[in-house]
Design a protein around this ligand. Sequence first.
Ligand SMILES: C[S@@+](CC[C@H](N)C(=O)[O-])C[C@H]1O[C@@H](n2cnc3c(N)ncnc32)[C@H](O)[C@@H]1O
Length: 951
Amino acid sequence: MDPTVENTPTDGHAVETATPTIPSATPTRTNKAKRNYRTKKRDTIDNEHDGDEEMKDDSLTESTQHSQQPAANCSNLPYVQSQNAQNIGEVYPGLARLSFLDQDSGVEGDKPEQEGSLGITRPHRPLQQKSLPLQQQQQSSSTSVEDEGELTISSQPVVETLATPPSTSPSVTSSGISSESNLIEIKDTALENKGRGLFSAAKDVLKAGTLVFKEMGYCQVVNDASLSSVCSACFKDTREEQGEDEKSASAGGVSASNQRKLVRCAGCKVVWYCNKTCQIKDWKLHHQLECQGIQQSMKNAVMKDVWTKRSMDTTTVRALCRMVRRRERVRTSAAYKAEHKKMDTAQRQVNEVYYSGLDQKEEEWLDEHGATWIDRYLRAPANNRDVSSKGVLDKSTQFTKIMAVVMSCVVSAKEDRATFMRGSGESTGEFEDASGTKGFELLQKLLSYGFSVTNLETTTAVGLALYVQSIPFMNHSCLPNCVYTFKGARVECRVIRDIQPGEELTISYIDQIGTTQERQKQLKEQYHFTCMCPMCQYFPANPLIQPNQDALLAIIPEPAFVPLLDPKQGFICPNSDCATRSDIGPILAMESQLAIYNKVELKCESCGQVAELTQEIVQENQEDAERIIAQFVRGMNGASDQQPKSGPRNFELAKVKLPETTDENAAEEARKAAAAKGGMNSVHEPSTAALQCFDEAYRSLTGVAPPQARTKSRQPTRSPMDINEDPVHRSALHRLVRQLEQTGFDEAVSHKNWVFALHRSLELERILNNTYIGHHPLKAVQGYYTCKIVNLLANLLLEESTIEIEESDHGQDSDEDEEMAGNSDDERDLKALRDAMGGGSSTRSKGHGTGSMQEQLLKRKQAGSAKTEGEAKSKAATKTTPIKRIQTEASRQLLVYLKSLIPKIEDPTLLQQFRVCWGKDGKLTNRYRYQVDSLKQALYYAELPFQETKL
Ligand SMILES: C[S@@+](CC[C@H](N)C(=O)[O-])C[C@H]1O[C@@H](n2cnc3c(N)ncnc32)[C@H](O)[C@@H]1O
């Protein structure tokens, strides 16, 4: 069967294209404003589809006769060893032009990666393998990976490594490491129950920022929720693209309506692709069999509901089906290779180009050896009650349902199903066909080792993948030295803290935000182990265990920030006359006891007061606090605490106006009055009611008054969330404050209250910086927020300028204006900016003040040149021309903020930090570029100088 994209109504199904959903500035987890437009015609689909809707062209027919990749020197050894990758053109003549490998030095050249175009990635210099005994044996005797024995686990770290996977490790020269060395090796850890781990095999320190490896999955699928917005071949997220599109549209670029749409496979009507190229690529690798399987499954009425009505989530089902199906190709690969040899050069090149050089080699390796790696090196958990390869299955479990659907796709004959479950291949070690696979064991492995593929920008999960080469061997640490990110479905692992030779490489499996107890609970529930990483030793969850500060300092000898307190401390005597604060010990004991006994007696060491605390009380407190926080957030956004708003309110700052008065005192009074009832001009400051809410929450959680009385003032003195200065803060408070910031941010964005959003964003950043050592993925998310906000604020600044111009028509008192303008350098700067903007503004008509961004920009440019001719002249004009200033605190703060960003993006050290997170071998990544571009744009609007540091 040929892959087809749906284009005409068939079987009563409407023709569909999916318009991607719009991401909010926050991760999709909290995005409530998704929209998914559907159109009847796919007339705006990528040009590649024009006139070729059914995708039954010759090349496809040709390629689908051979459902697998072309052969090229597939060996059981990793292809990096067998391929002369220094001249990829020799291996693939048609791909020579696509190679950006610097053939002399092995370092990457200057050409950009060809992401997105046929999924072509730059080939990397293969690693020279270390002469380890096992590998030597393999090389000299050409022994296949299948011939190797199981790894033996000893309590001592062993020196043997597994058969080397087709490592895609990059050039290491940028990190100063000899290219002769291998970067990583898999070996047993010292702890028996921890199993194996990934260790540095480099001779030198692996520097922060080093890309240690990247690898493709054995199988990967887009999750159900993202099917119509994420391409099932390249994992391009069209929601992300739409966000970019909006950004460029707002900056005068391509209109958002030109966004790309996905097309759906007309065969199974389940998966979606960018275009024909992506569809063909996936077809050859996975979808041909998957498509047949789904259609076979749909013949059963119950299963049909699963696929058409999504009566259950099919993500795991589809991943497992791909896993099972791919195994079958081992059997046919010899025949396929023979077939491939018969092709003429042109055919081969057409075939090969879909796989793009190194990808193809990796896919071939996975085809031939992935199954063996899964069988031999990935371990099914022994203690999983729900999924047992031998025991009786509880039919009601989710796993059983998954297996039922999987079997309906991959096993056609009923009698084969028992074999499939049991695994006939177990005795022989051969896997001849789908009925020979051990279905449940594969499911176990998928559940244990499967990775959630996330969107880099939004950190939203978009798919599920099973990797077999490197990342599945990485253990968890709450203080990891590596992070992993995704490019499409390809996972990349980077060092975030210098790693010593021989040190284990670790990642964090979970959100690092929680307390030790919370983290350990989640790890226990989800991954069935108790973490004993340096962070857990530094802040032990069990009060009987002494904190081990050396554990932390051993791995970070000179930490930039050593946490003095775990964000979970502070026990206050319930006797209000005493209110003595406890130290960390009793608190930890209390939390642990509560978890175990659900009840704990607290006795104050100072006054002897005893109080009983139960989980329920804690829960109630928590709910109370959350309610208060919600109120607080509403208050911060200017909503009345008495009358919770029913839907989002529009607080566009451009509409914010001060009372029409020239009397400063009266204006201040009016401001206060408005603020007291959550009025419009309080958008950048919390209302009195909101502050009270926060104080109440703080008191209920800590038992003491907030560090500082929070009275309402025009000049906000201190953030009400400034809890880090107070030595007494408990986990709940910390968590809630973070939640508050997060909720506040989301809320503020939904209200278009950019200034408040900026405050929340900066506050989140501060809290994260003060709480977590080293890099934290949330900081990256934070950076994303900030740069989005900068963009938004830049627009806001323009809008405000527009309003000012409009207002100036009325002719206002210049004294007040002059007084305000003289308050600070920032104000003077902004005033100069506005003068430049509105030179002669008093004579402009109202209509001229408004306009598109481009018009504003043009006016700004013209005005800018006028400004250079004589700022003094302009200033003098200001004195004589009465202008009513709608100079809000927002504008002032924006200017201050923008100014503060300049050194950040001009400072090479800070730039280096960006690169640690996202950079790659001296090149700016798209993310960084996006940040810098946003900042440049904002600075340009604000007419602030900006000199980007050349790297
Ligand atoms: C993806 S595997 C990592 C590789 C694994 N060690 C192995 O030998 O296959 C995840 C499993 O490793 C173990 N593990 C990972 N991190 C650990 C840690 N910090 N402490 C103890 N066990 C850990 C757990 O059993 C977990 O389910």
